[in-house]
Design a binder for this molecule. Structure first.
Ligand SMILES: [Zn+2]
Length: 283
């Protein structure tokens, strides 16, 4: 069912839980994620990468995700992830996205604020806006293998800027950089709970943790107590699906080019990751 992303997250936080958000490059993954959410009786967020949304087929995928979300038995929101292009934002919303991460985190502070304000002006009050303060290292869509040493941590969110940033942007959610990275971690992830705590006391809007793949479950369960109500997953989901496909491909080729059977394994891999993650973040 349709749900405002901020309401979904706020009501989860009131129960001490966070809502997972999963990047969907395709419809098979989205079907698996929504089915897992329905089975667990929890809401979920479907993320669409900006590179996906920048293509005509990507906009059709958003339309399909919209239909899937609306027909689901649990609240499902569809968010355009990490967008800095206003045209892509407008197109994604017209196609069915109900939330946008207006990401100016790589820009100077004032330009970051101006981007979120421009997104609000363009998209209106009904589209839920997430903003991001502090630079996240890594590539959202491609993780680097261990021998490439993973990615280092970029700039942490400056907690002294949080209060003003939130009030001037009017964002409903704030993505923070507290030692989390996109892609694979270089060594053990070192989350700065002290910085997160400092941010959490300065704003009342829900916080968002990106790059949660690779952060151990025992760390993730602490997130909601620091007002982190949304946690984004991408790399681990892809890793699982790709490993499954690699393993299953030869048998399904020899089984009469059995694509349908292979897609069943894809669904199972994505679904079991979503189920585990939903359980981890739920109190
Ligand atoms: Zn991200």
């Amino acid at each position: 069912m349709r749900a405002r992303l901020d309401h979904l997250v706020t009501s989860a936080l009131q129960q001490g839980s966070a809502v997972p958000a999963f990047t969907c490059y395709d419809f098979t993954t989205a079907l698996a994620v929504v089915a897992a959410a329905e089975e667990s009786g929890r809401g979920v967020i479907l993320l669409v990468a900006p590179k996906t949304a920048a293509t005509p087929n990507g906009l059709r995928l958003i339309g399909a995700l919209r239909g899937l979300a609306d027909a689901a038995a649990v609240p499902v929101a569809v968010q355009l992830d990490h967008a800095s292009d206003l045209q892509v934002m407008a197109d994604a919303v017209a196609a069915g996205a109900d939330s946008v991460l207006a990401d100016g985190s790589s820009l100077p502070y004032e330009d970051n604020i101006a981007l979120v304000q421009a997104a609000r002006e363009l998209l209106g009050p009904d589209v839920v806006l997430e903003a991001e303060l502090g630079g996240l290292a890594g590539d959202e869509d491609r993780a680097f293998s261990a021998d490439q040493a993973g990615v280092a941590v970029a700039g942490l969110t400056d907690s002294a800027q949080v209060e003003e940033f939130v009030s001037r942007t009017g964002a409903e959610l704030l993505a923070v950089a507290v030692g989390n990275v996109h892609g694979k971690y270089k060594g053990e992830p070192q989350l700065r709970w002290d910085v997160l705590q400092d941010i959490a006391v300065r704003t009342h809007i829900p916080l968002v943790l990106h790059g949660a793949s690779g952060i151990p479950a025992e760390e993730l369960v602490k997130a909601a107590s620091m007002n982190v109500g949304k946690v984004n997953f991408n790399t681990e989901l892809r890793t699982g699906v790709l490993a499954t496909l690699e393993e299953q491909l030869p048998a399904h080729r020899s089984d009469g080019e059995n694509l349908q059977g292979l897609l069943g394994h894809w669904n199972q891999s994505a679904g079991s990751f979503a189920t585990t993650t939903l359980a981890t973040l739920t109190r």
